[in-house]
Design a binder for this molecule. Sequence first.
Ligand code: F6P
Length: 321
Amino acid sequence: MNSIAIMCSGGDSSGMNCAIKKFVEYANDKNLIPYFIYDGLEGLIDGNIQKVNYKDVSGIIHLGGTVIRTSRSKRFYEFSNRKTAYDNLQNYNIDKLIVLGGDGSFKAMNIFCQEFDISFVGVPSTIDNDVYGTDYCLGVDTALNIIKDALDEIRDTSSSFKRAFVVETMGRDCGYLALVSALTSGAEMCIIPEIKYDLDSLKLKFEKEIKDGRSYIIAIVSEATKDTQKIKNWIQEDLKFEVREMVLGHIQRGGSPSVYDRLMAFEFIFYAIDRLVEQKKINEILVYKDAEFKFLDIDDVVDKVYQIDPKLLKLASKLTR
Ligand code: F6P
């Protein structure tokens, strides 16, 4: 029987546990021996690898995070460590690998697959939703729902006082989380790196609205802009509004996976395992583009920059000027 392994790499995202559970169940259906690589690339170097069965994945479907843990590995940059990682896989006869991760992890895997004989499918999994070639990354739906809940609550207190709230969302270099959150929570401002904002015209707009009775403002700022303080000061000094700032931080990465993320996790795993069984040697990323699952060669994904859908950018532009 052939062996297949799964691991997580980089930032965790909700839905990883659903993928891990389905991985074990579907690998068994396909007569493959399933293995976990614990602690991401760090665990791969350290040989933290274990054969698993359905008991190892019972009771995890509703949990955020990842039961096999993850890591950001600097050691993997060194060839000698990558060689050790490969030797560890060989010790268990593992030549098929599924990696749940983001852009940085796929870059590392691209180097690894060029150096060693390993078949690999990457499943885009990051709340940043910033992997080139896919419209959706596992976990982004749960993160958006967590942000939505937080913003609904902030709106309650914001409207009770005459106050503005500047809320910073994650996203690394990408404004997707901030953009979708601003639109779906009815925020008044959205500051993301993909759209140039204009504080002068925003000032004119808000001054008029404040005169007409506007009593609170919610501004969503992507961490990617590094402009949270600037926007806070601007609201305080230029709009003369009392402001509170809130960095949502790592709560955006936790939480029980949404129904959508659970279903997508299952689909990703079905496609990934089928592909690894059918093809002898592949180094591919499984993407979800225009409502279809597709495989892209890893070279066509890494080193390319994800672009937010122009239709979404157009919708958000009103919140930037
Ligand atoms: O990539 C996911 C992410 O949560 C980013 O949005 C954020 O910038 C970063 O990871 C935070 O990294 P860490 O968990 O290492 O603090």
